[in-house]
Write a protein that binds this ligand. Structure first.
Ligand SMILES: [Fe+2]
Ligand SMILES: [Fe+2]
Length: 375
């Protein structure tokens, strides 16, 4: 049999193979897309680096049974060969698409591809630097998955005449340093919220296939199961050290929950045409995804955000409004615009404080951590 891993990232066994696959090398890089992916704002996907030695020193023996089960699941590789176009892929006429929707769909795909690739780069680096076999095995498997996901989105983008220069991004994009514990909170949440986002869209489109305006949504079910497993891995890593989810770290967990949810809310509200085409109200979608993510996070977090608190949604709306005003002020020049920018930034900070000071709901973490994707 021909070695298909060389031709398409979907068959790659490692991130390195995936990134070198034929479908990852674009015919021509589009500078505009790469420029979008290069952006570093509060709302765009970032690249992370961490203290790899500290991560490498983690001992998984207290959670050996749950750990081995997860690793074996990932090694069994249920999604090998899945992330590529096949006969289920419908033709998309990008030129005929309504311009606003086209712009927002491109933006969605570029930012998703950057996020997948950002995970791939971080996981691959951990695998490269580590000596602890448990840790390097996990990170190589996760990097493999993220390379396939990024490769698949790249295929979709290529149809729109876009290719992101991933090699350039790796070299040129700014890396944000996070201590391992912050990587755990942030990455755990981003994997689990990724699962909740994709499964919510997938189930919605199962019920309303007339809203499926792009074929990539058909792949979201198996896709989000990968992300679910990645989240399980970070839950287990946190479980190895009870200090990570107690004491003062409870405040960090609350901060990350609030920041991740608020960022998603604001970012999704920047794509009104995209959500309208899906037939999804962004406020409903936000709360639905927050509820699923919260329910899952009870597996490891000692607290949950109170999503029904009377201040929660109003403060999210104020944060979004302030963000729109910041964007408007940035487009203009002069003193009045500067003043507007400062005012809107203060309003955004105030709205975020209002979210952060909502009392959390206490959670008794269960003995058994592992969950199955149930939505
Ligand atoms: Fe992914
Ligand atoms: Fe992931």
């Amino acid at each position: 049999m021909m070695d298909q891993s060389l031709s398409h990232s979907a068959y790659a066994d490692t991130a390195e193979q995936g990134l070198a696959a034929g479908n990852m090398v674009g015919p021509k890089d589009s500078d505009e897309a790469t420029a979008v992916a290069m952006q570093n704002t509060l709302l765009t996907p970032r690249f992370y680096t961490t203290n790899f030695d500290e991560l490498d020193a983690i001992d998984v023996s207290p959670i050996r049974k749950e750990w081995d089960e997860l690793i074996n699941e990932m090694k069994a590789d249920p999604n090998k060969g899945h992330f590529r176009k096949n006969e289920d892929w419908d033709h998309i006429d990008w030129d005929q698409m309504e311009p606003k929707l086209r712009a927002e769909l491109k933006d969605f795909l570029i930012s998703s591809c950057t996020a997948e690739f950002s995970g791939c780069v971080l996981y691959k680096e951990m695998k490269r630097r580590g000596r602890n076999e448990d840790i390097t095995t996990l990170f190589q498997l996760m990097a493999r998955d993220e390379a396939r996901h990024a490769g698949f989105i790249n295929d979709a983008l290529r149809e729109a005449g876009i290719s992101i220069n991933l090699g350039f991004l790796t070299q040129a994009k700014k890396y944000t340093y996070f201590r391992p514990k912050f990587i755990f909170y942030a990455t755990y949440l981003s994997e689990k919220i990724g699962y909740a986002r994709y499964i919510t869209i997938f189930r919605h489109l199962q019920a309303h296939p007339e809203h499926r305006f792009h074929p990539i949504f058909k792949w979201f079910e198996e896709w989000c199961n990968d992300e679910f497993r990645h989240g399980e891995a970070f839950a287990l890593l946190m479980k190895t050290d009870p200090k990570l989810t107690s004491g003062v770290n409870r405040y960090w967990i609350k901060f990350f929950l609030t920041a991740v949810f608020a960022t998603m809310w604001v970012r999704d509200h920047q794509r009104p045409a995209f959500h309208e085409a899906l037939g999804v109200d962004p406020e409903w979608y936000g709360q639905e995804v927050f509820r699923k993510t919260t329910a899952i996070s009870l597996q490891i977090f000692p607290l949950a955000l109170d999503l029904d608190h009377p201040r929660w949604v109003p403060a999210l709306r104020r944060l979004n409004n302030a963000n729109l005003r910041i964007a408007q002020a940035k487009k203009r020049k002069g003193f009045a615009a500067k003043l507007k920018h400062v005012g809107a930034s203060m309003a955004a900070g105030w709205a975020f404080m209002q979210l952060l000071t909502i009392p959390a709901v206490k959670n008794d973490v269960p003995e058994e951590t592992r969950l199955a994707p149930a939505y």
